[in-house]
Design a protein around this ligand. Sequence first.
Ligand code: CA2
Length: 152
Amino acid sequence: MAQAPIIYVLNGPNLNLLGTREPEVYGRDTLADIEAACRSHAKRRGLAIDFRQSNHEGELVDWVQEARTRAAGLIVNAAGYTTSSVALLDALLASGLPVIEVHLSNIFRRESFRQHSLISLAAKGVICGLGATGYLIALDAFARLLQTEKEA
Ligand code: CA2
């Protein structure tokens, strides 16, 4: 059987703290819970995931460059780098891969500085405010997208 397409799921700074603080904003799931949910959901959709988190901008850039040759798409929650990282935006644009941007919280109900995403300039779609479910919806979108590409 052919290998399942790989979706890189990249998480930015401080998301390793999920489940320990600010549950009213980010929910009670830990990042490990989200990874487990993504892994089983991806399997149901015929996808594989490579799920990672880094507090370092350059490491995220390296992973996007790596994804170019390994992945069929990227799900990115760039966290605090969302509004500031031209380097990450450039890497995403250069990857030529479809990107879905995800945020756990509804950034449009929060401070205005959170509402201007640079990453969105590289994104096919953006999902926010649905907590961990947003990642699963992004995987659903990739399953449909890749199926449509296969049929074309
Ligand atoms: O809602 C999201 O997913 C965000 O990307 C999360 C970022 C924030 O800067 C964005 O505006 C929206 C923050 C991630 C920090 O996560 C924490 C989790 C638990 C405790 C403290 C921070």
